[in-house]
Structure formats: C-alpha cells, structure tokens
Design a protein around this ligand. Sequence first.
Ligand code: GLN
Length: 512
Amino acid sequence: MERVIILDFGSQYSQLIARRVREIGVYSEVLPYGTPVAELMAKAPQGIILSGGPYSVYQKDAPHPDESLFELDTPMLGICYGMQLLAHAQGGRVEKGAVREYGPATLQVKDGTNPLFQDLPKEMRVWMSHGDRVAKLPKGWTSVAHSDGAPYAAMVAKDGRRVGIQFHPEVVHTPHGADILRNFLTRFCGCRCDWSMGVFVRQATQEIKETVGDDRVILGLSGGVDSSVTAALIDHAIGRQLTAILVDNGLLRMNEVQMVRKMFGSHFEFKLVVERAADRFLDRLKGVTSPERKRKLIGHEFIKVFSESAKRVGPAKFLAQGTIYPDVIESIPVGGNPAATIKSHHNVGGLPKNLKFKLLEPLRTLFKDEVRKVGEELGLPHEMVHRQPFPGPGLAVRVLGEVTRSRLKILRQADAIVIDEMRKADLYYKVWQSFAVLVPVKTVGVMGDGRTYENLIALRVVESVDAMTADWVRLPPEVLARISNRIINEVRGVNRVCYDISSKPPATIEWE
Ligand code: GLN
C-alpha cells in the first residue's frame, strides 16, 4: 500500500495535510518530528512531508528531526517551517523577514516546467503564515516561485527529489493547493493515488478476520458514529462472533434505544444486548450537582454495568472500541513541551484490568469524515453516519444541577423538538451541534391568564470544524421562533427559552 509520512513540527495544520493527502488517494500518517529514521523507513513511505511549525529554525530549542533524515533518497516536501528546515539543514540561510506574510499572497511561478507546477497557472493565490524566510538557497537548489514577502516561495533540489514551499497548500485558501500536493505525490513520489474507503474496508475486513480467528468480540455501543461504524465493520468481517452492549443509562436522547435497534435490525448479524440500567445511574446521581462528580459517577457506573454484562455474555477475547485517529495521534503542544501526549479514549479507557481483553480498534487510522464514509459504504443510514456529536455522560451534562427523572423528561422533550425543527429547517446536518440545556433557574411567566413560575431552557447551536473553537450560529429568526414556541407549548414545566450567543473560547460548547 502506498503511504506518505507527515512529520509534525507542531503546525496547527499537520492533520489537515494528512487529510488532504488521503483525499488525493494516498494513505498518510502523522508522526512526531523526532521519530527515528529507522522507524520511519520501516513503514516504507513513498514520500515524507515536513509540516510547518511555530518555531524559527535558528532558535535554540527549535525542533529538529533525526539527522539522518536528510540523507534519505525518499522524496520530501517541506511546508513553511519544513521548507526552512530543509534550507537550514543543507547549508542555506533562514532569517527573520522584513515583511511578515499572514493571509493571502500571490505566488509568481518562475519555472512552469517544474513538475510541482505542471498544468497550473503562472500566478496563483496562496495562503501564507510566516515571519521567517529563506534568504539564501542551499547549494544545488533552485528557486521556482516567489511572492512579495518571500524571494524563495518555492524551491526545488537539483536531483528533483526535494521541494520546499513557503505557503500552505493544505488550507482551502490556497485554491490550487490540492493540485500542488497531487503533483508532489504523483510526479515526485510516483504514487498511483488509488487508496479509497472501499480499499480500506476490504483491507480492514481481512485484518479483522485474521486477528480474531474463531474468537469472540464484545463492543460497547453508544449509538454515536464511531462505535456504530466499528460495529458495522466488525460485523462485516465476522458477523455472529460479535456482541454489542448498549448501556441504557437513562441519560439518552428520546427513542435512542429503538433507533439503534432499528438501525442494526435486519441486515446485520451481530448480537445486540441492551442493558436497562437507568435506575442504577439515577440512584447514584441523587443529590449530585457538581459536573465533575457527575461525570465520574457516570463513568464508574458505566464500567460496572458493562463489565457485568460482558461476563453474562460469556468469554470473549477481544474488546472492540471506536477509537479514531485524532484520539491516538501524538500531538506536539504549540510552544510547549514537545513530549508526545497521547489522549486516552473517553469511553472505555478505564475498564478494569481483570477483564483481560485484547483491544480491537479497526478505525484507529481514520479521520472522522473517513469514518462516515466507511459507515455509508457498509450501509448505515445517512442520518446515523452524520449525527451530531453527543457527550458520553449524555443528558446529565445538559441538566444543570441535580439530575432527576422529571428534569430529564423536560430536557429530553425539549431536545427532541430542537432536533426535529433543525431537521425540518434543513439545518441539522449543517451545524456542528444543536441542543437544549435545562437551566436550574425558574422565572415568572403568564400562561392562559395565570401566573407561572417555571423552568428555563437554553438553546445552544454552534458551528465548528473540530470543537476546539466554535461560534454560535446566526439562526434565522423564524427557526428560533418555532423552536421556542413549540418548547413552551409542548413541554410541561417550561415557560421561557433563551438563545446562547457565546463563542468558544471563552465559553464552551456544553454548559455542564
Ligand atoms: N515560525 C516560522 C515562521 O514564522 C514557520 C511558520 C510556519 O511554519 N507556519 O516563518
């Protein structure tokens, strides 16, 4: 399988580079910049891409790769900091530029015959984000393009194997970025670019079959995209050997269990076990108001219920998890300690050791949009595969203050109305998340000439690409009006709805 490695020097765009490369049809992986060359080469990459990064190459503590990297024959593309590294390492000079370039710039291609710019215009809009620039080319390199702020905006080594570009081809603000990356992949690395989600499904299926053999697998199904697609994929490979456990913790959305049952109804073979455990969870949550405590209690109870259920299901060798690539990727905190940090998965990370399972994580190399494609490939409905994210502890994080049956009922009804109206307005799949929050405050109202003193529902609708930052959506007033109207009329115990107009940061998406 063709593979390209992206060495991460701390750029906010490293994962984006990997996604673009995959979209072009080459499987790619992000590795920390310090990965030993032997480890890199064991993966037999067709090419290596050096990412951008917040440092300056001439800084004392700037990140540098394994020295022997530059002795490799493997084709290399340096982007921004990556280009500056190539220049610096091969005897060129990098210095602070007179003008810093942040944002759009015009790239003037000097040498249109260079394979990097083949079939592309001589003048292109590109996205820049740098303060340093290459001031002197290393020996044996030539300049093939420039911009106002960068005399060498693209440089190519004489041997035709290495390229450096000062701009960012991975962002949408560089309209020809994908073409430039494709040129690198095909014309420098010799890639065929034939990787696709169909290929992934075939390979993953084969691997699961080989790994699992005749043994059995259990899986915690949450109804979310990742665990559902994991279930579908494993089912595709080994069908009946899989048992999925869905824990109904009483904190799920309206009709969630039915929805999951229906989705995995006829054309799947695996066994679905539903644990009705609402009482256990709600007993534990009695009197608890602190968000942190709520999360902890729910997490602990989940592990207990799941383990008990798994024991009843019978011996299984494997525990499947819906871990995806952003969960495992080792990231370099910008400006911070480059020691790699690995995020632990939110759901099942704490399963007790006495459940001696081997982990099966067939989606661990995929980005979210790829997981969705795999889901569709396997026949999961569009509504499922494009569902909005939902917190692990469920509605408990949206019932502020104490979580009780009656308060959950109010929120669940309000939430269902929000989803329904967002769907009808054709907005549900266009926003990142849209939901209701039950605020522990009562306010005065008047209904049918009588004074009321009832609950307040907050409506939260945000757009985001990765949940790291988010903005509130400028919903059309008619949609706001319909949601508010229906909640106040249909949900007993609510007499007021307000709209959350805070961005993240400084606010967060969930209220907790
Ligand atoms: N820090 C370097 C500069 O300012 C590289 C920036 C980048 O990679 N985006 O030029």
